[in-house]
Design a protein around this ligand. Structure first.
Ligand code: NAG
Ligand code: NAG
Ligand code: NAG
Ligand code: NAG
Ligand code: ZN
Length: 704
């Protein structure tokens, strides 16, 4: 129904400067069903052979049964609510729901049968609507509030956190307010939801293309040109889709072509989406006001590690202070490159860096300062070798042992199932599926899907968590293994980090299981583990030439590692710009969005927005559930670097003691503890930004 209320699938969209989609889907279920499944046993109870009819029936059954449990809780006399009949009853129904929902909603991404995928999409839609309905129940809210008043000191910390969370969520939906205010909020929220969908769909449907003569496309590879559609008179048609746009912006020698492309790209949907966005900003501010928050950003941030807009702004300002001189240096270098090229080619040198120069010269920096032969590199990363290396590293670090399950019950023959056990105790910790290759109708990116929560059942025993990693790695062919590019190896490590977060979870409540943590914390564990693909020893462990098994030559390895810091300043300044734009828009009650963007772009990135463009009209995060939260990318990267640098790098990146402590403090706790508290426990101090800059070779001491 409405964006603020619906439990959205959390989609971590790509950072604009780096088109690698990384998605973690944690169906953030608000409620769940008791009695649907009587099994409380410690096992993987997923069913992958349901027919479309069964999916439909089971979805309806699930909804009816959950509803009945809530009706029972809602009809309790408010006087005699107890932990048992209210809090635990809600916890149990949520657990059953979370355990049953995913064999209904997950097949939409992976089932080989189209009808099953459709039925699953339908089921997901129905269940999401139901989630909203449940989350709006005042009868439940009243009973939880009554319970909260009654119980101050006698709850366990996690019980208290759970109860407080439920009450807070109710208040965030306005359930404590008068009926007419509630109705107003509902009306506005519905409108926000419709406008967000419209904004996104306008963007998805944009088909703008530009036409160029061959001589305007100098610098682009033949394979790129061959992939373009031709017009009747032999010109080339270039769309604004990423696979067309980015290679052109990086490689086309012709500045005029790049100017036209950049202008078109940042003008996408400007007529339709600019007014929509500006309306969204006003509506969001209104809802926040009705709910008693000083801004939409403060409303959103309340549930995050950052807590409020002030903290975010302090974070960004501190970050910017350190980064600023790096940006100055990089711009100077780029401007020199540009001057040299203009002189050589007899082009007019305008003495400044334009928006359409940035990707082009950043690419040149990569090419001349950090050239990595990617065609050569890929030969050292056959999927099997990477998997073996990755498994080895994760097992050693976290104290786990993975065993392949023979003849598993799966949704496709290429899917593998593994069991993970604690190496010391032999206890089974969880199970995970790997579904790594593209398939007709399958989800096309890399993602981790939590399928069963890792928390306690009503009997007090831990339930077995189950997760799946889905990816789109090239399939092996006759005589050719599946070879991964280095960024795919990084993605593998990243998504597998989410899988481990799901599997190691040892919470009491399903609401806090695994990756159900704050939005600005959820990427910390997975990003932290990306660091292993930028270090020599781990890289050696996960690579071998696919033909002769030889190791990666040292100089190639060194170049790869060095390339990590290419353009760090400008790339991160751009993230600061986008974060600041998002914060600025969502701490105001109205805004001229293009103006706000232009201002930060000029002030912080030092490159003006191109006249007539309206970048914010295509800033998809602002309508995709990331409103007020774009800073999360930087925030979580900075924190993940702090963990890596301050613990692993200091005490040994393969040190099992540090790894196990990581598993215990961060992974097992899931969302049952504040992200900030976990960080402070693990670091032994408050987190800080220094490690990030050290890791990127940008410590202040390096500045000259
Ligand atoms: C609930 O409260 C009502 C009225 O206050 C009382 O009659 C009833 O016995 C209570 N039920 C339980 C199970 O305590
Ligand atoms: C952004 O787009 C709107 C709608 O086309 C337009 O009115 C406005 O002037 C644009 N802003 C800038 C700075 O170009
Ligand atoms: C953010 O602000 C709150 C007060 O609202 C404070 O308690 C907290 O420590 C701050 N967090 C950070 C990361 O600065
Ligand atoms: C997934 O892989 C297939 C086959 O290689 C490719 O056609 C498709 O574009 C990929 N999907 C994405 C989103 O990159
Ligand atoms: Zn992720």
């Amino acid at each position: 129904m409405c964006a603020v209320f619906v439990a959205v699938n959390r989609t971590l969209l790509l950072s604009v400067s780096r088109p690698v989609l990384r998605m973690t889907i944690h169906s953030r279920t608000l409620v769940s069903a008791r009695g649907f499944s009587q099994t409380t046993s410690q096992r993987n109870q997923q069913k992958w052979d349901l027919s479309p009819g069964e999916i439909r029936t089971m979805t309806d059954d699930l909804i009816n049964q959950v509803k009945k449990v809530y009706d029972d809780i809602g009809s309790l006399n408010v006087e005699n609510v107890s932990v048992e009949n209210t809090l635990k009853a809600v916890a149990n129904v949520k657990l059953d729901y979370a355990s049953s929902r995913h064999f209904l909603d997950f097949p939409q991404y992976v089932s080989p049968a189209k009808e099953v995928r459709s039925a699953s999409t339908e089921a997901d839609k129905k269940l999401s609507e139901f989630d909203v309905e449940i989350s709006m129940r005042e009868d439940i809210f009243e009973r939880l509030t009554a319970l909260q008043k009654k119980h101050q000191g006698d709850l366990s910390p996690e019980e208290k956190r759970f109860l407080d969370r439920l009450v807070t969520l109710g208040k965030r939906r306005g359930l404590h307010l008068s009926k007419d205010i509630q109705e107003e909020i509902e009306r506005l929220s519905k409108r926000i939801s419709e406008l967000s969908i419209e904004f996104t769909s306008n963007l998805n449907e944009d088909t703008t293309s530009l036409v160029f003569h061959e001589h305007e496309l100098g610098g682009l590879a033949d394979s790129y040109l061959k992939g373009l559609e031709r017009t009747a008179n032999g010109q080339y048609k270039v769309t604004l889709e990423y696979p067309h746009y980015y290679p052109l912006m990086k490689r086309c020698h012709n500045p005029e072509t790049r100017r036209k492309m950049e202008t078109a790209f940042h003008s996408r949907c400007k007529e339709v989406n600019t007014p929509i966005l500006e309306q969204l900003i006003q509506l969001r501010a209104k809802v926040a006001d009705l709910l008693g928050y000083s801004s939409h950003a403060n409303y959103v941030l309340e549930m995050n590690m950052a807590k409020n807009a002030r903290n975010v702004s302090d974070f960004l300002d501190t970050f910017y202070d350190t980064l600023k001189p790096v940006g100055v240096k990089e711009r100077k270098y780029i401007l020199a490159l540009k001057k040299r090229e203009c002189l050589m080619k007899g082009l007019h040198f305008d003495g400044k860096i334009n928006a359409w120069d940035l990707p082009y010269y950043m690419n040149q920096v990569e090419q001349c300062k950090f050239a990595v032969n990617k065609d050569k590199l890929i030969e050292y990363f056959p999927l099997d070798v990477v998997t073996e290396g990755l498994f080895g590293i994760y097992q050693e670090l976290l104290g786990l042992t993975f065993t392949k399950v023979e003849h598993p019950h799966v949704w496709h023959e290429n899917v593998k199932l593994y069991s993970a056990c604690d190496t010391e105790t032999g206890e089974e910790v969880g199970q995970f599926y790997l579904d790594l290759h593209p398939r007709e109708g399958k989800y096309g990116h890399a993602a981790c899907f939590g399928l069963q929560p890792g928390c306690r059942g009503p009997d007090g025993k831990r339930r077995l968590p189950v997760a799946a990693m889905v990816a789109n790695f090239t399939k092996p062919r006759e005589g050719w293994p599946s070879l991964l590019q280095h960024h795919e190896v990084e993605t593998y490590f990243h998504e597998f980090g989410h899988v481990m977060h799901e599997l190691c979870s040892k919470t009491t409540f399903s609401e806090f299981s695994g990756t159900l943590v704050e939005t600005d914390f959820v990427e910390v564990p997975s990003q932290m583990l990306e660091n292993w693909v930028w270090e020599k020893e781990p890289l050696r462990r996960m690579s071998r030439h696919y033909r002769d098994g030889s190791p990666i030559p040292d100089n190639l390895l060194e170049k790869l590692i060095a390339s990590r810091v290419a353009n760090t300043g400008l790339m991160n300044l751009r993230q600061v710009v986008l974060s600041k734009v998002d914060q600025s828009l969502h701490t105001s009650s109205s805004a001229d969005t293009a103006d706000v963007f232009a201002k930060y772009c000029e002030d912080i990135l030092g490159v003006p927005a191109t006249a007539g463009t309206n970048m914010t009209a295509s800033f998809s995060h602002l309508a995709g559930g990331y409103d007020g939260q774009y800073y999360s990318y930087l925030w979580s990267e900075v924190n993940s670097m702090d963990i890596f640098f301050s613990r692993f790098k200091k005490e040994g990146i393969m040190n099992p003691k540090v790894g196990k402590e990581y598993r215990r403090v961060i992974l097992e706790a899931g969302g049952s503890v504040d992200g900030m508290d976990m960080l402070e426990t693990y670091l032994g101090r408050q987190p800080c930004q220094e490690a990030f800059f050290q890791c990127k070779g940008l410590t202040k001491s390096h500045e000259t």
